[in-house]
Design a binder for this molecule. Structure first.
Ligand code: UDX
Length: 459
């Protein structure tokens, strides 16, 4: 069959970034053929099935509308490389666990393997687009690998970082605050940059497409995440002070958030931030600073991660103190396990370290979550003393305490009278997300411990 598509676009990596992003491009640009490949055959099979490997509101509909028409999921990476002009790379770049920079630097082995595979398979010029988050100057390494074989094929590397947040991925992709496209400032670099601008112009207003030099683009992604995480750590640090001074962190957030210079978003005090990006990207940024001899700058950013760890530990110690200094044998229900609402993703979820610490204190845990229970079971594999229960009412029955880990709306809407009646007494609620009606719960009979405001107790 003759290929009548205007462009052939390939994406290597069918994960949380590659899958949804390519689905959106396919949906908005029926004139392009989009193929998504992955070394993980099982994941490709899932993308081709009725149960997609990623849960994202709105994703199913868009995949259904495009799959088999101009969106294809495949396992033949070499064929994909040969047939496409533009290659997005969305493979994972986790924190390195070994050798120099272990625990901080990005592990670029998948990224490098992908670059080598592109070089080996390519038979015509390619534009290679970095979609995953990588340290600044990765494009330089990419260029070196791509051009190290003298095969007279030209490659242009473009940085086009992904700013989507999980749970709102489709909305973020459809109406992005901005799309950032960085390239070399050479003639061929600008030409390649324009080819990527052309794709987004199909649905993103022109003023929201920012063009820049490639290093600014790479760095901006890390900095955006570092600034967002910094806001959460800042308000979480203040939540500790509020608890000591009878101030209310919600009221403080509101008061400072209405300063138009600060803005109101990302000021909800919590048990700490999670997710695959924040910690990894800040450590990556700090490592980058260290390699340039900027130790003070590195320490500054690392402290954002330290406050996050402190906040989780503070939550556990608060539970321990409030429940008469022993959790041994007590039954605690964790409401939620995902790192945030509207996702089944549990990567770096604060609930994991809190669960492990509570088990260390010999508490018995019952974990409930509408989307993340199967991931919770994998994450806590081998840890004894944990029950998994999808129904929150059954999960809470017989427990001494409830602890909100994830801001799922459904937890704010439960019948707490009914729950209270089935729990052991005195019954405790630790609201790690400040989403519950604290006064209402107190009236029912609970001892209520919010984050960053005075507890409401009956003793
Ligand atoms: C983030 C960035 O938002 C996104 O732009 C980037 O591309 C990837 O990293 P994501 O990890 O999906 O996205 O989630 P996000 O909504 O940013 O939340 C991160 C964590 O912070 C969650 O654990 C969330 O519950 C927590 N959070 C967020 C707070 O504790 N308080 C807040 O006020 C906001």
């Amino acid at each position: 069959m003759k290929n009548t598509f205007q462009k052939n676009i390939l994406c290597i990596g069918a994960g949380y970034v590659g899958g949804p992003t390519m689905a959106m491009i396919a949906y908005k640009c029926p004139q392009y053929k989009i193929t998504v490949v992955d070394i993980n055959h099982e994941r490709i099979a899932q993308w081709n099935s009725s149960k997609l490997p990623v849960y994202e509101p709105g994703l199913d509909e868009i995949v259904k509308a495009t799959r088999g028409k101009n969106l294809f999921f495949d396992t033949d990476i070499d064929k994909g490389i040969k047939e496409s002009d533009i290659i997005f790379v969305g493979v994972n770049t986790p924190t390195k666990t070994f050798g120099a920079g272990a625990g901080m630097a990005a592990d670029l082995q998948y990224w490098e393997k992908t670059a080598r595979q592109i070089r080996e398979a390519a038979e015509s010029p390619k534009i290679v687009v970095e979609k995953c988050t990588i340290p600044v100057k990765t494009a330089l390494a990419m260029e070196r690998i791509l051009t190290s074989k003298d095969n007279h094929i030209s490659f242009e590397v473009i940085s086009n970082p992904e700013f989507l947040a999980e749970g709102t991925a489709m909305e973020d992709l459809e109406f992005p605050d901005r799309v950032l496209i960085g390239s070399r400032e050479t003639e061929s670099g600008i030409k390649a940059r324009n080819a990527i601008v052309e794709i987004y112009k199909n649905w993103v207003p022109k003023e929201r497409i920012i063009e820049s030099n490639i290093w600014s683009s790479e760095l901006s992604k890390l900095v955006a995440n570092a600034f967002l995480a910094q806001r959460i750590s800042s308000i979480n640090a203040i939540s500790a002070l509020c608890e000591k001074t009878d101030a209310n962190v919600g009221e403080v957030s509101k008061a400072i958030g209405m300063d138009s210079r600060l803005g109101s978003k990302f000021l909800n005090a919590s048990i700490g931030f999670g997710g695959s990006c924040f910690k990894k990207d800040i450590l990556n940024l700090a490592y980058l600073c260290k390699t340039y001899g900027l130790d003070e700058v590195a320490d500054y950013w690392e402290s954002v991660v330290k406050i996050n760890e402190y906040q989780k530990e503070r939550f556990v110690l608060n539970m321990l103190n409030s429940m008469f200094n022993t959790l041994a044998g007590k039954r605690i229900c964790l409401l939620g396990f995902a790192f945030k609402a509207d996702t089944g993703d549990t990567r770096e979820t604060p609930a994991l370290s809190i669960a492990k610490r509570l088990v260390e204190e010999k508490a018995e845990l019952v974990i409930t979550d509408p989307k993340a229970l199967s991931n919770a079971m994998i994450d806590l594999d081998g840890v004894n003393g944990i029950t998994y229960e999808p129904d929150p009412y059954r999960a809470a029955a017989g427990c001494d305490a409830l602890a909100v880990m994830t801001e799922w709306k459904l937890y704010a809407e439960l019948d707490y009278d009914r729950i209270y009646n089935t729990m052991a007494k005195p019954a405790f609620v630790f609201d790690g997300r400040n989403i519950l009606d604290h006064k209402g719960l107190h009236k029912i009979g609970f001892n209520v411990f919010p984050i960053g405001s005075p507890p409401l107790t009956h003793y």
